[in-house]
Each structure stands twice: as structure tokens, then as C-alpha cells.
Design a protein around this ligand. Structure first.
Ligand code: PLP
Length: 362
């Protein structure tokens, strides 16, 4: 099986795995402590969590704190719900191409929601029109379906000028491109940057107060009660550290794969921007293609017909619709994602299999 679905999840970095094993039991069996216990085993585990927190913070701007969560979805829920004081019904504005974690949570807040439109490339205007009295603006850094890189710094400045908080879902950009400067809150997910599944984080700018979603023992600065997993935190921390160290090398590698894919899929149309884009995301369409059938025919390549969440639902992707594609074009689109561990030979082989199967449909 050739893996070409790096936006859905990434393989675990061997360095992260090794670090995690230490905190599951440890070579001397002393790594299993509860990080909230005051004794030596607890303090060792707490030190591992602290180190992981520092490492994850390097993916964010200075001047804030990292709160570990179970996923980016939870981090986004904490940001959107936890920043609203009780009874606050002021509007929020979110881009039309946000992940369901933002879209559906915003829709559940009980306040008016404005969807900021995108152009045909998938870009939100750098100075979007915001509703009066807007309390929060959310625009993602890199889109998970079409890879568009948003002008988040300028949108953050616009939100601030309007008196709103700015939340950036940086799940697909963290560790790959520079952190979104100007954001007040940033959501991250370990499993999109070669860390483990089951852990995410919300970075919160100093001075911003949130209300907890999960109450109990008061862990995570009183914002997310429950015992932390040192192994998951440590794996996330090492994955963040390696991503930071390899940022340039990973980007160069992805660039060479992107160029190759462009050659191999000649005659296909790229969805979204070619330039304001993370090049590890290749969303392509071909007239008349039945992407669902293609996926069934090419079982030896793991790729997607849209976002992992939307594919299988039968609903055309809201992202492809937002950039102006009709249902037929959306259903003729596939997403190939590659990254650090993809080889040129694998990508060539995957492309050959997909192109050959697509031609069989003609
Ligand atoms: N935001 C984006 C852009 C994503 O791609 C994803 C996952 O697909 C999420 C949020 C949710 O992340 P998690 O799986 O950590 O909840």
C-alpha cells in the first residue's frame, strides 16, 4: 500500500515513538508515573510533560501558553466555547472553508455565524468584511482539502481592529510553515506532524482567559481536567522538535515531489491556488472522472476524494463548492497528500496506478 493521504494523518516519526515508549514503562520501569503526583515518579513524568510543552510552544508565536487537549477538535471547542462568557450572543465569523471542527462548533454556539467567502483559489480576503460587534474570527492557516495558505497575519490584524479574538486552526501548517503571527489562539494536532493520535493543543496568548469545558481535578491550568498521558505529550513534543529542525528539509523534499506530481498528472486541473499553497497537498480533478469509483479501483494507494471526514458521506465537499466547483467537478476531484516519508519512487508508482485507472473510465 502506498500512503498518499498525509492530510488525513501522518506516519509516526520513529524519534517520537522511541520517546513515547520511555513514558509508557521506561527501561527501568519508572516511566509510568502520574504527572500530577508529588512523589519522584510523578515529578519525573511532570518534567517530561513540561519539556513537551516547551517543545510544542516552539511551533507557536512567543507570549502564550500551551494547553494539551485530546485532539485539535477539542482544542477548537475549548477556544470557541471557552472564550464566550455565559449568555454572550455576539456574532462570530469563520471562513467558508473551515474544517468541521470549527464550522460545526461555531454553528452550535447559539450566536449568529458569518461565513467569510473565499475566491476561486480558496483565499479569504486579507481584510474581510466582519459583522458588527463580532466577538471572534476563525480562519485556518492551511486548508486540509486544497492546501491554500491564508493571509492569516493580515486577517488577524483586521480581527483585532474590530475588537475580536482571532482563532487560527494551524493543524495543517504547524511544523511546516511559520506560526500564524497575530493569532490569539492556535489549534494544533500531533498526528498531522508525525506525532501520535489522541493529543492536540491549544496555544493561548497571555492575558486571554478561557472557561474550562472539562471540569474535575483542575489539571492543565484548570482548563482541562483529567490525567495527562506523559507518553502522548512526550511523543507530541519530540514530533514538534523534529518538525522544527527539519522544516526546511521537509519543505524541500515536498517541493521535489510536487514538481514530479505536476508532470505525472498533466491534463488534470489543480483545485485551489498553485502558489499560496502547501505543496504536500495536491487536489486535482479530471473531467468526467468518478472519484469514488477510482478509489474503489485503486485499492493499493491510500488517497482521498476530499477531506477524510467528508469522504464517504456522499456529500460534495463544502470547500470545493466554496471555490466555485459544481457537484460534478467536486465528485471528479481527488486529493493526494505526501510528506517526509514519501519517496519519489512511491509517488511515481501511485500516480501511474491512478492515471491508468482514470483512463480506464473513459
Ligand atoms: N483542523 C484541520 C484543518 C484538520 O485537518 C483536522 C483533521 O483532519 C482537524 C482540525 C481535527 O484534528 P484532530 O484529528 O486532532 O481532531
Amino acid at each position: 500500500m502506498i500512503y498518499c493521504d498525509y492530510q488525513a494523518t501522518t506516519p509516526l516519526a520513529p524519534e517520537a515513538r522511541e520517546e513515547m515508549l520511555r513514558w509508557l514503562d521506561g527501561p527501568d520501569g519508572a516511566g509510568f508515573g502520574n504527572p500530577h503526583s508529588p512523589h519522584r515518579l510523578g515529578r519525573m513524568a511532570a518534567a517530561a510533560v513540561d519539556l513537551a510543552r516547551e517543545r510544542v510552544a516552539t511551533l507557536c508565536p512567543p507570549g502564550g501558553r500551551v494547553i494539551f487537549t485530546g485532539s485539535a477538535t477539542e482544542a477548537i471547542n475549548l477556544a470557541l466555547r471557552g472564550s464566550a462568557s455565559r449568555g454572550d450572543t455576539r456574532p462570530v465569523a469563520v471562513s467558508a472553508i473551515e474544517h468541521a471542527a470549527v464550522r460545526d462548533t461555531a454553528a452550535d454556539l447559539g450566536c449568529p455565524v458569518t461565513h467569510l467567502p473565499v475566491d476561486r483559489e480558496g483565499l479569504v480576503a486579507p481584510e474581510p468584511e466582519l459583522p458588527r460587534d463580532v466577538r471572534l474570527v476563525a480562519v485556518m492557516q492551511v486548508n486540509n482539502e486544497i492546501g491554500t495558505i491564508q493571509p492569516v497575519e493580515r486577517i488577524a490584524a483586521r480581527a483585532r481592529a474590530a475588537g475580536a479574538l482571532f482563532l487560527c486552526d494551524a493543524v495543517q501548517g504547524a511544523g511546516k510553515i511559520a506560526p500564524p503571527a497575530g493569532a490569539d489562539m492556535i489549534a494544533l494536532s500531533a498526528h498531522k506532524l508525525y506525532g501520535p493520535k489522541g493529543i492536540g493543543a491549544l496555544w493561548v496568548r497571555d492575558g486571554i482567559e478561557l472557561a474550562p469545558l472539562i471540569t474535575g481535578g483542575g489539571q492543565e491550568q484548570g482548563l482541562r481536567s483529567g490525567t495527562l498521558s506523559p507518553a502522548l505529550c512526550a511523543g507530541f513534543g519530540v514530533a514538534a522538535m523534529i518538525a522544527k529542525e527539519r522544516e526546511k528539509a521537509d519543505a524541500n523534499h515536498v517541493e521535489s515531489l510536487w514538481k514530479k506530481v505536476g508532470e505525472l498528472f498533466s491534463g488534470w486541473t489543480l483545485n485551489g491556488s498553485a502558489t499560496a499553497r502547501w505543496h504536500g497537498n495536491c487536489n486535482l480533478r479530471r473531467d468526467g472522472l468518478d472519484a469514488a469509483r477510482l478509489m474503489a479501483d485503486v485499492r493499493t494507494v491510500a488517497f482521498s476524494a476530499g477531506s477524510a471526514c467528508a469522504s464517504g458521506s456522499g456529500r460534495p465537499s463544502h470547500v470545493l463548492r466554496a471555490i466555485g466547483l459544481d457537484d460534478r467537478q467536486a465528485k471528479s476531484s481527488i486529493r493526494l497528500g505526501f510528506g517526509r516519508y514519501s519517496t519519489l519512487a512511491e509517488v511515481e508508482e501511485a500516480a501511474e496506478r491512478i492515471v491508468a485507472a482514470a483512463q480506464m473510465q473513459e
